[in-house]
Design a protein around this ligand. Structure first.
Ligand code: PMV
Ligand code: MG
Length: 358
């Protein structure tokens, strides 16, 4: 058989972070034009897995009780293996024979010197692997099937996120997304085949493609310091209980804000989108103060202030604590001076564009 190939893009959060981890709380995301590609070709004897991705990014570890510990949720190899496992279970349930293959991963999602931009490489490697294997075994790859198999793979790695990264890497473009009832899906893993789970409607799961107003311009600034989303989400979970009422308020306010933002996209109003971006920034700041988890670092605050000085609506993107910030402008603004100002504050403009698969 000839070689098959599938790619998945990186992602960035625009709004709704943290709240989106709870089912039914929407977020807005974009897919960006940096890709991770998986190639699969048949082998006669032994299979191999080769990845530029894993050789370039460092594997993080900590010391616990004197022992070297690797959080398996931070190890991209687990996502790849889980993606193969769940896709092959599905393929077998469809009555297909499994075979031996060589699998090669090529990633543009991390910088050449191994720094992480936080563009969602674990999601992209999962989505690209699921797509490539479905192609390899000659099965139809609908976006919904790819999303659901990728989610099952991430659930098995005990990922604590919302899976918005998987939605962006699968559906691409500008997207509104709400996560599904995770317990409902997990319960079915004990009683249903993979094929029947992916064919069910998952409660609260929502994806809607958004069309940005034509005058909207998105800039992405990178702070140069990598952050661990897994760790930040754990920290927020640990600290929310002490002030549960505050956290419930945060969830309600984030939901209302992102729903207004979705309406603003439907109306095509850049001004209203910008208003909600600024509101979402404040909502996240307050949650950060209540939980004591640092989301808007000093550099991210600077990134936002600089963008605001050029009439942009800016906020942290994703879990914060480093990685990237985003800023939305009117396309007619002249932004060269902003880029230099960012540079003097050690913020790098990432020359990324939103990617929508046609
Ligand atoms: O830091 P990122 O870009 O991986 O985004 C994380 C967003 C959270 O809402 C904090 C977690 C999640 O999985 O949705
Ligand atoms: Mg991040």
């Amino acid at each position: 058989m000839n070689q098959v190939e599938a790619s998945a893009p990186g992602k960035l959060y625009i709004a709704g972070e943290y709240a989106v981890v709870e089912p039914g709380h929407p977020a807005i995301l974009v897919a960006v034009d940096q890709f991770l590609t998986v190639k699969v070709s048949q082998s006669e004897t032994v299979g191999t897995i080769h990845s530029s991705h894993y050789s370039s990014i460092p594997l993080q570890w900590t010391r616990e009780n004197g022992k070297l510990m690797i959080d398996e949720r931070e190890n991209p190899f687990h996502y790849l293996l889980a993606a193969i496992d769940y896709t092959e279970r599905y393929v077998k349930e469809c009555g297909q024979e499994l075979s031996i293959f060589h699998l090669v991963v090529d990633s543009e999602l991390d910088s050449a010197n191994g720094l992480k931009y936080g563009l969602g490489s674990s999601a992209a490697v999962t989505v690209a692997t699921v797509r490539a294997l479905l192609k390899y075994y000659g099965l139809t790859e609908t976006d919904e099937l790819v999303f659901k198999l990728s989610v099952l793979a991430h659930l098995s790695v005990k990922s604590n996120g919302s899976f918005g990264d998987i939605a962006a890497a699968t559906y691409t473009g500008w997207l509104a997304y709400s996560s599904f009832d995770r317990k409902w899906v997990k319960d079915r893993l004990n009683t249903h085949s993979i094929k029947s789970i992916v064919e069910l409607d998952w409660p609260a799961f929502m994806v809607e493609k958004l069309t940005p107003p034509s005058e909207l311009k998105l800039l992405i600034g990178w702070t140069g310091s990598p952050a661990s989303t897994t760790d930040l989400v754990d920290q927020v979970k640990e600290n929310r209980e002490a002030k549960e009422q505050n956290y419930q308020d945060f969830l309600n306010r984030s939901k209302a804000c992102v729903e207004n933002m979705i309406q603003a996209f439907r109306k095509g109003s850049l001004a209203d989108i910008q208003t909600e971006i600024r509101k979402n920034r404040l909502i996240l700041k307050e949650m950060s103060e209540n939980t004591g988890v640092s989301i808007e670092t000093e550099t991210l605050e600077q990134l936002c202030e600089d963008a605001e000085a050029f009439h942009g609506a800016a906020k942290t993107s994703g879990a914060g604590g480093g990685d990237c910030g985003i800023a939305l402008f009117d396309r007619s603004s002249s932004l060269n001076d902003l880029v230099s100002r960012w540079q003097t504050h050690d913020i790098t403009l990432l020359p990324l564009k939103v990617y929508a698969r046609s």
